[in-house]
Design a protein around this ligand. Sequence first.
Ligand code: ADP
Ligand code: MG
Length: 409
Amino acid sequence: MSHPLTGIKTVKELEIEKKVVFLRLDLNVPLTKDGVISDENRILAALPTIEHCLSRGAKLVIASHLGRPKKGNPTDRVQLSLEPVCARLTELTGKEVLLIDDPEDDSVKGMLKNLREDQMICLENLRFTEKEEANSTEFAQVLASYTDVYVNDAFGASHRAHASIAALPNLIAQKGVGFLIEKELNVLYKVQEQPKAPFVMILGGSKVSDKIPLIDRLIDKVDSFLIGGAMAYTFLKAKGIPVGKSLVEESQISFARHFFERMEARGKKILLPLDHLTAPNLEAGATLTQTSSDAIRDDSLGVDIGPLSVTHFSRVIAEAGTIFWNGPMGIFEREGCSKGTFGIARAVAESKGFSVIGGGDSASAVEMSGYKDKVDHISTGGGASLEYLQGTKLPGLAAVRAPKRSEVL
Ligand code: ADP
Ligand code: MG
């Protein structure tokens, strides 16, 4: 496959001095009820492109979504406002950030005309209007009416055909991607097309069916699949190992059997857990029991992989040339159920292999484990990185590659 950036300009190649640059970012950060940003990684990841545009004298219009506001809900309009993000951006950049309540208001053009060098504009949460997710051309035309250059650096939203991601760049001639997308795509391309052997893929999380396209796409490149999390029980059951009341996707058992055969035919490995941490139910505070084998009693269910499994997986991880990890090994969010996931995070951190973490929960698990700085890349775009790796064309990339659609104007 060709490099995903083929035919796409990066922000460095665009003429932006004195131009209005519409910069689509993924500033979708978690906020507490009191509007405090609990994880600012996405803001920090956006800074290089913001700083570049400012240093080149562009007039910046920043835009992002935040959460999933219910349209017309006044509480959501307050709780999912980008105001705390703008305040943080001011602290980080030293520039005043003017928050525009309605991106369709006529006043935006006037504000841009008078925008000072120490100011930038941020449009309020794009999802406050249903036109964003509807990929509305009409909405995009309003945004295009004050945009000279369009830059997408919202990797985490680029798998969505929404107005600011797809319809808008289709109306703009001068466009490209920012530094974050450039970095994400370079890393993912390397994993997908030039993985250094052995390529170890660690899969966990809750749903087998979600990961099937990824397995199918990469089966010929991966040397070992290590499977933990709730996913593992479907695979163990397919092998005839008792899994008790653990989460099993019955409809995927035949896929799992076929997957074993396909890997065997290729002379490659699938590692499953050798032991488990179990509980009588999924309720918080349930008594946890360590098993001594891969079998789970009828009255129990698996909540994490056990220490033998961590050692078993870690040996393979230590020898890896490339590691891609998606999906935690257990219910790591819960007290007492994070040892498996954190143990694997440690093994990944200690391995010399090039390591990439994809997936929202996996990223927060690695962060919680304390090994975040020892992995090579944590993708900021959970869904987008998986969709890219499984071969889905990202609408946000297609739109910045395509020529301007003159006929719709
Ligand atoms: P990511 O967001 O990284 O793609 P997923 O969304 O696929 O990961 O999976 C994460 C979820 O899987 C977490 O909420 C975690 O609690 C859950 N999970 C992991 N192991 C188990 C298990 N044994 N039983 C139930 N849920 C599990
Ligand atoms: Mg998830």
